[in-house]
Write a protein that binds this ligand. Structure first.
Ligand code: FRU
Length: 497
């Protein structure tokens, strides 16, 4: 272990042992101290879930990136482990960028990550990116002596050595390893390259899985590839996208691409592309398969475009999303919070068949900031669709955020414009509502510093961080027109499990 890793471990351990009294979410992972971005190495190893993350312990802004580490039995309550990687070798001295983890045949835990080194000769001062390995026992990780295992000379000619990152590794049926890696192409924009290895250590370029032909942003990051309900899925995170209808927002988008690989060359033929999350804060998602066969996605609950403005300073900055179960239904991705969250439900409050006639109401017992809310809203008469239904939450006299359903216009919007502190320069989002069939289900998870909203079956999800005063606990329901509302609310209690 090098000096920089020791220094990081010693530094963070002081914050873990003696954390300051400050606001933290109860069910969303946050770093012990400092900055967090992408989830990395999300995997099951030695009887526990492991989550690593892009981490700069020394202040709350992105810096020379380390890998932080935590473990969990249920994906929701995490225990910190000491930082796993520090940028202290000649091939990663300016950052241990994103990557993934897997159990090797001999039982060791293998991490594959991108090493980042600023190129002093480059006029734009960009960084050379190579792929590297570290192997460990679930606590301590040793960087592989033959790093980098994939160098820039191992990539095709038109690939950009300054944009080659974020390996996601998996094991194939014959026991060998494959990895998808995001790559910039000097002509084609973004692409995903596939590399192959017999043992996880020696890697060879296999083929280019897909190119974006300058659609969907300038560069892709953090790819992931897996089978979901027998269909092939490619996840990528697109940088600098132009707005496209109500599906793709300007800026950074996580994309979920359904397709199939052609059997000759392994080229991924795209069938359909969706946004993973329609809210303001979800990026760089990574998946793993649980031992009971569920595909779980966790994301950085932020996005490179929403981290700049700060109104509240704490000892840490950044959080992960609630891990989500993924499924495909009717050709669409559906997402729901991991079922483990239900074990933390307490104090159930139910309101059935509440009729609203162009009014604003509160319901007894429906308030709080750490809640799991299930709601259905329906028209009173099938032929008389209401104009709008709005839920204001994290609300006080001065502050609120809101979800608005406007069925006639086929629109749903979220806003945190009045959430108190102006958290970022991106405070509202809107998307299309699938056709109104008289009734809509909504699930909302509130956890002090965020709201995640699952619409319908979970085919539309909005994630957003909140910097609202934690005492802003009210929830208000507002209708324009006549509707029927059902609400079941649970307080989420971390001491229950
Ligand atoms: C995505 C990303 C990755 C990179 C990492 C650096 O947010 O830019 O592509 O590996 O963050 O922290």
């Amino acid at each position: 272990m090098g000096d920089l890793l020791n220094r990081a471990r010693e530094f963070e351990s002081r914050w873990i042992q003696d954390p300051p009294m400050e606001l933290r979410p109860l069910f969303h992972f946050t770093p012990p101290v400092g900055w967090l971005n992408d989830p990395n190495g999300f995997s099951w190893y030695d009887g526990q879930y492991h989550l690593f993350y892009q981490y700069y312990p020394y202040n709350t802004h992105w810096g020379a990136i380390h890998w932080g580490h935590a473990v969990s039995h249920d994906l929701l309550q995490w225990t910190y482990r000491p930082a796993a990687l520090a940028p202290e070798n000649d091939y990663d001295k300016d950052g241990c960028f994103s990557g993934s983890g897997i159990t090797m045949d001999d039982g060791r835990h293998l991490l594959m990550y991108t090493g980042y080194v600023y190129d002093e000769e480059d006029p734009e001062h960009r960084g050379i990116q190579t792929q590297n390995i570290a192997i460990g026992d679930g606590t301590d990780y040793e960087k592989y002596v033959n790093n980098p295992v994939i160098r820039t000379q191992d990539i095709p000619d038109t690939s950009d050595p300054y944009d080659f990152r974020d390996p996601k590794i998996w094991k194939t049926e014959d026991g060998s390893y494959q990895a998808v890696i995001a790559s910039g192409d000097l002509k084609l924009g973004a692409k995903v390259l596939v590399f192959h290895s017999p043992d996880g250590l020696q890697w060879k370029y296999s083929h280019c899985m897909t190119v974006n032909d300058n659609r969907f942003g300038k560069m892709w990051e953090c790819p992931d590839y897996f089978l979901l309900d027998s269909q092939e899925v490619l996840l990528v995170n697109a940088m600098d996208m132009a707005e496209e209808g109500s599906e793709f927002h300007k800026g950074n988008n996580g994309l979920f691409i359904l397709g199939h690989s052609d059997s000759d060359q392994g080229i991924f033929c795209e069938h359909s592309v969706f946004t993973l999350d329609h809210g303001m804060d979800f990026y760089a998602g990574q998946t793993m398969e649980t031992t009971d066969g569920r595909r779980i996605l966790i994301g950085w609950m932020q996005n490179p475009g929403t981290t700049l403005k700060r109104t509240v300073e704490r000892s840490y900055y950044g959080q992960m999303s609630i891990p989500r179960e993924l499924k495909i239904r009717n050709g669409r991705l559906v997402q729901s919070p991991v079922r483990e969250l239900e074990r933390y439900r307490s104090e159930k409050t139910v309101h059935r068949n509440v009729c609203l006639h162009s009014e604003q109401i509160r319901l007894d017992g429906i308030h709080g900031r750490v809640l799991d809310l299930e709601m259905t809203v329906s028209s009173i008469k099938a032929e008389a669709i209401f104009d709008s239904f709005v839920i204001q939450f994290a609300q006080s006299d001065e502050q609120y955020s809101e979800l608005s359903i406007i069925p006639k216009a086929g629109r749903v919007t979220v806003s945190r414009s009045h959430s108190g502190a102006d958290p970022t320069n991106l405070n509202e989002r809107e998307t299309a509502l699938s056709e109104w069939n008289g009734k809509l289900c909504i699930r909302m998870i509130l956890d002090y510093c965020s709201a995640e909203i699952f619409i319908g079956d979970g085919e539309t999800v909005f994630s957003m961080t909140l910097e609202t005063d934690p005492e802003a606990e009210d929830i208000t329901f507002i209708s324009q027109g006549d509707l029927i509302l059902n609400v079941t609310a649970y307080r989420l209690d971390p001491t229950l499990v």
